[in-house]
Write a protein that binds this ligand. Sequence first.
Ligand code: ADP
Length: 515
Amino acid sequence: MNNRLRRIGIILIVVLVVPALLFISFELTSLNSNEKVIEKIYESQLDAILFSVNQYSQDIMESWAGKIEEDITSGNAEANIKKITDENNSIDGVLIGDAANYKILNAYGKASGDNYRINFMDSLIKNNKSIVGRLVGYQQSGFRKLEPVKADSSEAILFFTFNNDKLHDKFCILLVNSEIFIEKVLAPKIKSVSGNEFLIYILSVSKNYSFDNDPVIPVDKIRTRKAMWLLPGFNLGILLQGETIDSMVKQRAITNLALIVILIIVLLFGIYIVFKNVRREIEISQMKSDFVSNVSHELRTPLSMISMFAETLEMGRVRTEEKKQEYYGIISQETARLSRIVNSILNFSRIEAGKRNYNFVDTFLNDIVENVFSSYKVHLAQNGFEAILDKDDSIPVQKLDEEAVSEAFMNLLDNAVKYSKENKKLLVRTGFGNGLSFVEVKDYGIGIPKEDQNKIYEKFFRVGSGLVHNVKGTGLGLSIVKHIVEAHKGIVELESEPGKGSLFRLKFPLRKNKN
Ligand code: ADP
């Protein structure tokens, strides 16, 4: 049986667990890769938003550069440049330098007349000759590029050359107040692109800017950062408003994991149920084959006794009348035993087929018990049993199927005789209480182990299968008893201890049965 079970266990694992685990691992990896694709798309979207903010800053400053170029060539440079710096208060000043000698030629706006600043720019040009040289190269190729030279929280310094041929030996320095530029020029743009979905921040070493009126900037949560093209030293950062993609991914992973765990539990539970049922089926088939051999044995014993004694009588070998009577007695006893076995098998098959009918009529339980007991007394005495009947004569009349209750009671007496050893004592008691009448049979026999006490009512079940006791039986008696008692809406109780004996109690309701 163990081998069969092991084989079924292996088949279950191969057929159910392996595909399920493969499916789960496939699901998990495909989930991960889906999540990665989503994250990639999301990140490139964030990049595009930050790109648009950078592009916008560049467009603004390019437009200033174009304006300055126009103004320088217009005859009234001073007044015109003053106009731009007045209109755009993030422009701190405009300086024109000599590209050949690396010298400041003119200063406009707030820078004009600021000698300290002019001198500082002079030395800045000298320290950044390569940038000027590169810009001149761009100019010769016909395009203008704004090149940031220095930027901090207070000021950004941008070099650019002109597209105009007349200004080929000159270059321009644009001084931009970073803070004003961010707050006045960039803030409205950032607010318009971020909408309700994103939070965009500008971060620098000295000061971080938030554009959603929230003073707390979750710096460590910002995943996508991009340097600002024209304000080096400043970074643009972005994250999703409310839930971040990280927490969404985490949430989904947790939900998926929970679902998978539930799936595994359900699967294991299913396997457990299947396995339990299969084990039960195997046990039943084992019990059935035991049953067949037990029944054959049960039938063979009385048959051989009958034939042996009948033959002896037939051959006229028995001399005394006394002996003859004894042999007749044995033959009729064994015939009764045979018919009991056959009856119990027939009754059982009727129960199994759902065809057993009961005929409930007004009866005294005591009458049934007394009838069976008195006809059984001889058999008990022959087997060396001391049997005591203790009746409660006040048990009221009740609806019982006399034949069925007799059969159940007889089964208990039979078992008490079969499963007693040296201590051949039997107590039968009747009584009533709590709306129930009862008959109990107590023996001092081998008893029933605790773990088997629930199983003995199962069809074909026998304790220890011949190891604990060598008594033959069909394993049907108690299942018939239980069926009979339950048909009366009653209950079977058992108190038993191995080695000390057993007490079976059949309880029947005193109120009228419906059927
Ligand atoms: P069986 O034909 O084997 O007696 P039953 O259904 O009557 O079948 O009983 C089931 C099993 O319960 C028996 O095989 C026996 O092991 C146990 N059993 C029943 N009655 C007693 C008892 N009075 N004392 C000890 N064991 C009992």
